[in-house]
Design a protein around this ligand. Structure first.
Ligand SMILES: [Zn+2]
Length: 139
């Protein structure tokens, strides 16, 4: 349901549609319920709020004086969950892209174009990825 998205999600979804890209939103049968999914290409995009997901080197992640230990623990738990979810998707041979809230706010079409080139790179690399899969028997 596209209508359930946050403002940056909806903004990115609109930009992706403008590029003619088709996607699904909030796919619950994938780890972490990715915000945007290109299922044919097995690419998951997470739209992350800079504060909650601790965007590195981003001014929006700055903790304020009112941050308590409890919030800091929640931040750590969020980041740990992000890492688990990414690892699980990668294990299933999915590609994962993070779209940060601040990037979307600054230039949503650049983020949409990045998603598009991610898809194009994946399509180009797909055959060699298969031959490089870790299940191959090595000499
Ligand atoms: Zn940020």
């Amino acid at each position: 349901m596209i209508s359930q998205g946050t403002v940056p999600e909806l903004s990115l979804q609109r930009a992706l549609s403008a590029l003619g890209l088709e996607f699904e939103a909030h796919v619950r049968d994938l780890p972490g319920t990715p915000d945007i999914v290109f299922s044919a290409d097995e690419i998951a995009v997470f739209v992350h709020g800079c504060y909650w997901h601790r965007h590195e080197n981003c001014s929006n992640r700055r903790t304020s004086g009112t941050d308590t230990l409890k919030w800091m623990q929640r931040h750590r738990a969020t980041v740990a969950r992000d890492q688990r979810v990414t690892a699980e998707l990668v294990r299933r041979d999915w590609w994962v892209m993070v779209a940060w809230e601040c990037e979307i706010r600054e230039d949503v079409s650049a983020v949409a174009l990045r998603s598009k080139s991610f898809i194009e790179i994946r399509r180009r690399q797909a055959p060699s990825m298969t031959s490089l899969s870790p299940s191959r028997t090595s000499a």
